[in-house]
Design a protein around this ligand. Structure first.
Ligand code: B12
Length: 225
């Protein structure tokens, strides 16, 4: 390790509106091209600080959010003697959700609609970067007192599966074309302006729901992809 530790990295990220979601030691080679890496840091967002910071630093450019994140994380990765990888790099894509589950054990689970649901943030969070660091860095303590069942495991009604006006989430998985077509249509204005109705339907983490400006930004970029 260099002269920076995981606690400092977490504080530096927090000052920029990002969250160190967790870290783990990797044996190397089996996680989608992270061969040789030993300590993997997973960085993401949840809560209002992210959108506030992005709004302050946003530039007029293509993919402004991805580029802003890179301007923060690339130098940090260099300082760690490691390298940064990003969820949008690809294909092939980083198996971001699998890495996230390893970094935050017991904190998140796959939801019926494919997004990871987090015990605090519900469906209102995402992953922004991974830093691969050489060597075994001491890991942060896992969050305490989170042993009980949560989220989808104790949710009988599964409102997320019933909120989509075009039933984009069904037995056959996610119907991207149906979702995109609806969001782009007049009837899909609420999804475009306020965010995916299935995410809103989840009772967990509603305090973390993205504000309309952020929700619109993400839905607009989903339409553009
Ligand atoms: C490709 C991709 C998509 C494709 C989906 C393709 C498909 N057939 O399902 C498109 C462009 C449609 C998409 C959309 C969205 N995505 Co997406 N997507 C990815 C990406 C870049 C790669 C996934 C992949 O191919 N992995 C490799 C394969 C081998 O692994 P896999 O686990 O089998 O991957 C599958 C799932 O991840 C799934 N998938 C991806 N996104 C979504 C979204 C939903 C709702 C569902 C059901 C499935 C799904 O598609 C993959 C291939 O089948 C990941 C980032 C990453 N690197 O993982 C983000 C990612 C999975 N997406 C994410 C999100 C948030 C979304 C959106 C909700 C964004 C938004 N608008 O806010 C939208 C959904 C639209 C909506 N209703 O709101 C987040 C999930 C965060 C979480 N809490 O788990 C990720 C991790 C990106 C991030 N920065 O955090 N996405």
């Amino acid at each position: 390790m260099g002269c920076i530790d995981i606690g400092q990295i977490a504080r530096r990220l927090a000052a920029e509106g990002l969250k160190l979601r967790g870290a783990f030691h990797d044996g190397g080679g089996h996680d989608g091209g992270l061969a040789g890496a030993r300590t993997i840091l997973v960085i993401g967002n949840a809560g209002p600080a992210f959108w506030q910071a992005f709004s302050r630093h946003r530039r007029e450019e293509d993919n402004p959010m991805d580029r802003w994140v890179r301007r923060i994380v690339d130098p940090l990765a260099a300082e760690c003697g490691g390298r940064a990888r990003y969820p949008s790099d690809g294909p092939p894509y980083l198996p971001m959700q699998k890495l996230a589950l390893r970094a935050e054990p017991g904190q998140a689970m796959p939801s019926p609609i494919g997004l990871l649901m987090h015990r605090r943030y519900g469906l209102w969070h995402a992953y922004r970067a991974v830093i691969e660091c050489p060597g075994h860095w001491p890991l942060p303590d896992p969050p305490a007192g989170d042993a009980e069942m949560f989220g989808c495991d104790v949710c009988a009604d599964r409102p997320c599966l019933h909120a989509c006006p075009v039933r984009a989430f069904g037995a056959d998985g996610y119907d991207v074309a149906a979702c995109r077509g609806h969001v782009a249509s007049k009837k899909g204005r609420p999804c475009l302006a306020g965010g995916c109705l299935c995410r809103h339907a989840c009772p967990v983490g509603q305090d973390y729901a993205y504000p309309p400006g952020q929700a619109h930004f993400h839905m607009q970029s989903f339409l553009g992809r």
